[in-house]
Structures are given as structure tokens and as C-alpha cells.
Design a protein around this ligand. Structure first.
Ligand SMILES: Nc1ncnc2c1ncn2[C@@H]1O[C@H](COP(=O)(O)OP(=O)(O)OP(=O)(O)O)[C@@H](O)[C@H]1O
Length: 132
């Protein structure tokens, strides 16, 4: 059964075994830490129900929104991987693209395309013109 492969200590390898790496990138926690300057206050851009969100620069220069699942969450590796598999299957022009994830030890992180102020409205509404 799938969960037999995702309960070990080498999470990256286990996520790879799940075939998830074919859909999203798997980042190490160290890479996430570097990208966000140690999850610094200056890098923090928001807080949602899921946890804190940071602006980060990935190794290839891509600017990303790094969502760190709150430690209060009891989501286990299996639920996290299931959720990721579901999200990564969804591609829609009005949805922010999931770039990858990190699931090392107890850390659970999702990495999305970063949207500048305004670009969410632009993504959703395109070039619609409003009349007051
Ligand atoms: N892809 C992104 N690009 C830029 N900023 C983002 C991105 N995703 C989230 N943010 C910022 O982080 C904040 C929190 O986002 P998050 O998605 O975690 O929660 P939310 O949508 O506000 O609420 P909920 O957790 O209930 O869905 C947002 O309000 C936004 O400011």
C-alpha cells in the first residue's frame, strides 16, 4: 500500500517513490531556509489558515510564495502527500501554480508561484474594464 512507502525517515526519497516528483519539485528544508533568509520576518508576506507565507528566491532565481504549514497542524506525511497529489493535478488559468513542496522531518511546506500586488486581480480579471 502507498503509505508503506511514505512513513520512513528519508521523506524526499519516499515522495520520489510516490511518483510525486514527476508532478512537482521536491525541495530540501535547507533550500527553503536559504530562499527565505531563514524564514525571516522581512520575508514574511502573510498568514493564512494553513500557516505563514514567505516570499522566497529559489536557486534558479524564481520568486516564490513559500507556505509553511503551521506546527499546530496535525497533518501527517500521508495526508500532505495526498493533498499535494490532488493539487498538482489541477491546472487552471485562474489558479496559482504549485511549483513544489518540502516534507522533511516534521516540516511541511508548499511552494507556489509568487504573485505581485495586483497580479492576482489581473490573473482573475484579465483586461476587463470597469465602468463606475
Ligand atoms: N502565491 C502568492 N503570491 C503572493 N502572495 C501570496 C501568495 N499566496 C499567499 N500570499 C500571501 O499570503 C497571505 C496568506 O495566504 P494563504 O493562502 O495562506 O491564506 P489566505 O488565502 O489568506 O486564507 P486561507 O488560509 O483561509 O485560505 C495572503 O493573504 C497573501 O498576502
Amino acid at each position: 500500500m502507498a503509505c508503506c512507502f511514505i512513513c520512513g525517515t528519508d521523506t524526499k526519497q519516499n515522495i520520489d517513490a510516490e511518483g510525486l516528483n514527476k508532478k512537482v519539485k521536491v525541495f530540501s528544508y535547507n533550500e527553503m531556509r536559504k530562499a527565505t533568509h531563514g524564514f525571516s520576518g522581512a520575508s514574511k508576506i502573510g498568514e493564512g489558515g494553513f500557516g505563514s507565507v514567505f516570499r522566497g528566491r529559489l536557486r534558479d532565481g524564481t520568486i516564490a510564495a513559500v507556505k509553511v504549514l503551521s506546527a499546530n497542524s496535525r497533518q501527517g506525511i500521508q495526508e500532505f502527500v495526498n493533498e499535494l497529489a490532488a493539487i498538482s493535478d489541477i491546472v487552471h488559468e485562474n489558479l496559482i501554480k504549485l511549483i513544489g513542496c518540502c516534507a522533511e522531518g516534521s516540516h511541511r511546506i508548499l511552494v507556489y508561484n509568487y504573485l505581485e500586488n495586483n497580479s492576482l486581480a489581473h490573473t482573475l480579471l484579465g483586461n476587463m474594464i470597469f465602468f463606475a
